[in-house]
Design a binder for this molecule. Structure first.
Ligand code: SF4
Ligand code: SF4
Length: 363
């Protein structure tokens, strides 16, 4: 089987670029169907900061669906989500205006009880999904970024984490307490969701390198990518970022389980040329050499600490910690003996107050 991935140079017109990317992979909406558009809405940092999906892209996609009389929901479950958090994140990033102005309907995954599903995975079984995830066809709108725990994040991880309701996501951090186990956990959830996804549309306009998914540096590539297969899309996108896709544990796991292409040779790349670039990796991986050591990085990876000068004492880090290793006294305090180095606290803090040291053995 040949998997197709389209690559489009974004030159300022969202409607033209989104339509072109989707047409090249031969995807069009079914008239009158109901869709859930699932962007990556980690926190209140914007698309231009390289963190959340581009509202212009989502708005253009919603318009395209509405032109075909499709009911179009747009929702996500940001890190450590509780009722009201997604609404606040959508508003502060400009996503809410983009959704409503284009005729879409915002949905807060946390406002209704989840549907518990046994995904029958290797490590993961019972998963609380938002009912919107299960009741609609999914259009996945990930962001291309580095990730301090998984090296890179794109289409597969945006589905696996963002469709799980509320703070239950932290259980995945607990189960996946090494990069290899995390790869298995992500792939377990993705294997269940894969058939529900019609198409994936990746925001690679302003990406992130370094310490993603939230603390890294914005990296402008000005590309939009599309594919009906999330794993194929990640393989092409990570290659475009100068990262060997098979060195990303969850990509390797997906390839080995046959959940997409087993190599880049099975992918037909259409459209504009791929740029030749090299993303800086997260400090937990430091150099491509360190990817070989990924299986044992956690729980021996770099420690986390709190910068009190930046901390607002919001409590989000304590809320997401799967091991209850963070206690908020005057400021958050980390019980090192309980910490599994999952870096969920680092990911969720939008004030850059959680610090991760570099991997000392490789410096
Ligand atoms: S470290 Fe960050 S997430 Fe934790 S309380 Fe301080 S500001 Fe909030
Ligand atoms: S303190 Fe941070 S890195 Fe350690 S287990 Fe908790 S969330 Fe994970």
């Amino acid at each position: 089987m040949v998997f197709r991935v389209s690559v489009v140079d974004f030159e300022g017109d969202y409607a033209v670029s989104v339509a072109r990317a989707l047409q090249m992979v031969d995807w069009r909406p079914e008239v009158g169907a109901s869709y859930l558009v699932k962007p990556n809405m980690l926190n209140s940092k914007t698309a231009q900061e390289g963190v959340t999906s581009d509202p212009g892209m989502v708005g253009a996609l919603v318009r395209l669906l509405r032109e075909k009389s499709c009911r179009t929901f747009v929702g996500d479950s940001p890190g450590n989500a509780y009722p009201g958090k997604a609404r606040s994140v959508f508003k502060s990033t400009g996503m809410m205006d983009a959704v409503l102005d284009s005729g879409g309907e915002f949905v807060d995954f946390e406002e209704q009880p989840p549907v518990i599903v046994d995904v029958g995975g290797i490590l993961v079984h019972s998963v609380p999904f938002s009912r919107h995830v299960l009741e609609n066809r999914i259009i996945n709108v990930p962001k291309l970024k580095t990730h301090i725990q998984t090296v890179m994040t794109g289409a597969v991880k945006n589905l696996a984490f963002g469709c799980i309701q509320g703070a239950s996501k932290s259980k995945l951090h607990s189960i996946g307490n090494t990069p290899e186990k995390m790869a298995k956990a992500i792939t377990d959830v993705y294997a269940y969701l894969r058939s529900k996804v019609e198409v994936n549309l990746m925001d690679a306009i302003v990406c992130m390198d370094g310490n993603g998914p939230s603390y890294g540096k914005p990296r402008v590539l000005s590309k939009i990518l599309a594919s009906k297969d999330a794993l194929a899309l990640d393989i092409v996108a990570f290659s475009m970022a100068g990262v060997d896709p098979s060195s990303v544990p969850y990509v390797r796991e997906g390839m080995e389980r046959g959940l997409g292409p087993s190599s880049v040779d099975e992918i037909e790349i259409l459209g504009d040329p791929l740029p030749n670039c090299k993303f800086r990796l997260p400090s937990t991986f430091v150099a491509s050499l360190s990817l070989k050591f990924a299986p044992w990085l956690s729980p021996f990876g770099p420690r986390v600490s709190i910068d009190k000068k930046l901390c607002t004492r919001c409590g989000e880090c304590a809320g997401i910690c799967p091991e209850n290793a963070i206690v908020i006294r005057n400021y958050p305090e980390i019980e090192t003996s309980k910490c599994i180095r999952c870096y969920a606290c680092y990911e969720v803090c939008e004030f850059n107050a959680v610090k991760v040291r570099k991997l000392a053995i490789l410096l």
